[in-house]
Design a protein around this ligand. Structure first.
Ligand code: NAD
Length: 471
């Protein structure tokens, strides 16, 4: 791809040069080399994007279900047609291992999921004698992080448009290459000008302009809990409708009847997913005290199935951290875990011996962790997992729920009924049992993991408001 300048944003159906002039470096995290620059949008550009979205709203909000399905099909097909370019971009700019093709396929799947949802969604309902209409909220401000750029763009845009809203999208400045390829694809779908606009810029410039803008009544944000709280405060004056998808510190409970090797592999897989740069990562592995030695042995043995390495190598499971800053943050937590008295089972500080360049971390496992340690309480967003012990089921649930977060949970057991019973006691928006997954099920957090839900009909309702007609 070579060093590249991305000097266009997408407003009112056209690629335009930003009014903003700041250049931001883009890196290949596997080498630490600069691979390009992006010219960032500013407040003036954001205003232009909101104006375009507002102008496009009356016509788009009156489109029929069929017209929206047709538009989503065209968006899906356009993204699918760029699959190879998107895979290359996510590897080069984010360091995604080549085997993680799901990072692009999930973006295509997001359009597919919303098409399915729209086919049967009830936009008109009955409440007693009243007719309840589900109507668009208006211009939607969509703000997304760097750890799954294409999926978040696709998912939020598909849902907003399905609801008849128009869009001002602000992806992370750190994933501008991926956003660029995605924007080119979305443009080719040929939707009416202004229906969606994409302005890459800084959170404290473009992001805050969107969240404080009187013509943007809906905000859907995915990112850190601290920024989520700032957006909550910023949106209060205008009483905006908010969907906040924030951080997590999810527990993986291995029950005492589980096959230890299988369960531990499942737990480590959920912990190392997306190089552990995942809000849903199962970073606290809870094992029964009675099987602790066996659990540690299984964990050490299974680590060989999670090699860290060059994202271009098909054997690689764990790629680099996205940036030097993230690398340092993760190193800080490894040192903190050691200071706190946790026992290193695998990994540790520094870079893997054979990977001196780039932002690689040694996949790290801590044993003897207690739930009051920082490594068990704070979101690390890197491959540093903690193993904790519990005495009985109640104790496991107590530890699992002793967290500020509540995004996800994982349960592993030989007995599905028992696993379901335990899962129902976990304070989290989603719980996976023995690796179970359903993309149309609602996604979102309890507690400080957020507000609202995404995906499927629950996600679509977040982009609608009800109007009751009573005769
Ligand atoms: P971040 O919160 O720093 O940034 C997310 C987005 O918000 C970026 O586009 C950023 O530019 C923008 N932003 C920053 N400050 C802003 C402000 N004041 N107003 C408006 N916008 C602002 O997060 P990140 O570092 O990009 O991503 C990592 C975080 O995202 C992790 O905490 C992770 O848990 C979270 N995350 C959550 C989910 C989920 O669905 N729950 C999914 C993925 C990532």
């Amino acid at each position: 791809m070579g060093t590249k300048l991305i000097d266009k944003i997408y407003i009112d159906g056209a690629f335009v040069t930003p009014h903003g002039t700041e250049l931001f470096d883009l890196y290949n995290p596997a080498t630490g080399q600069v691979i390009g620059q992006v010219q960032l949008a500013d407040e003036v550009d954001t205003q232009a994007a909101v104006t375009a979205a507002k102008a496009a709203l009356p016509a788009w909000s009156r489109t029929t279900r069929e017209e929206r399905i047709d538009a989503l099909r065209r968006l899906r097909d356009a993204v699918a047609a760029r699959r190879e370019a998107l895979l290359q971009a996510v590897r080069l700019e984010y360091g995604a291992p080549v085997r993680n093709e799901w990072m692009v396929d999930s973006a295509i799947g997001a359009f597919e999921g919303m098409i399915k949802t729209l086919e049967t969604f009830a936009f008109t309902r009955q409440a007693g004698n009243a007719v309840v209409e589900m109507v668009p909220v208006g211009v939607a401000g969509l703000i997304t992080p760097w750890n799954s750029d294409m999926f978040f763009i696709a998912d939020k845009m598909a849902t907003a448009l399905a609801g008849g809203n128009t869009v001002v999208m602000k992806p992370s400045e750190m994933s501008a290459t991926q956003t660029w390829v995605m924007t080119e694809a979305l443009h080719e779908a040929g939707l009416p000008a202004g229906v969606f606009n994409i302005v890459t810029g800084r959170g404290d410039v473009v992001g805050t302009t969107i969240t404080r803008h009187p013509d943007v009544p809906k905000i859907s944000f995915t990112g850190s809990t601290s920024v989520g709280k700032a957006i909550f405060r910023d949106s209060a004056d205008l009483m905006k409708s908010l969907t906040l998808e924030l951080g997590g510190k999810s527990p993986s409970i291995i029950l005492d009847d589980a096959d230890m090797n299988t369960a531990m592999f499942g737990a480590l897989s959920s912990g190392f997913v997306n190089s552990s740069q995942a809000c849903v990562a199962g970073t606290r592995i809870l094992v029964p005290e009675s099987r602790y030695d066996e659990a540690l042995k299984a964990a050490v043995e299974q680590m060989s199935r999670f090699p860290v390495g060059d994202p271009a190598d098909p054997a690689t499971v764990i790629g680099p951290m996205v940036s030097q800053k993230q690398w340092e943050r993760v190193q800080g937590y490894i040192l903190r875990g050691i200071e706190e008295g946790a026992r290193l089972l695998a990994g540790g500080p520094g870079k893997p011996e054979d990977l001196p360049n780039g932002y690689f971390v040694r996949p790290t496992l801590f044993a003897d962790v207690t739930n009051d340690m920082a490594i068990a309480r704070e979101e690390i967003f890197g491959p540093v997992l903690s193993i904790l012990t519990y005495t009985d089921e109640d104790h496991a649930i107590e530890i699992a729920n002793d967290t500020d977060y509540g995004l996800h949970g994982y349960v592993f057991s030989a007995d599905q009924e028992r696993a379901l019973r335990i899962a129902s006691r976990i304070e989290a928006g989603r719980v996976s049992i023995n690796g179970g997954y359903e993309p149309l099920s609602p996604f979102g957090g309890f507690k400080q993991s957020g507000i609202g839900r995404e995906y499927g009909s629950y996600g679509l309702e977040e982009f609608l408001q009800t109007r009751s007609l009573m005769v």
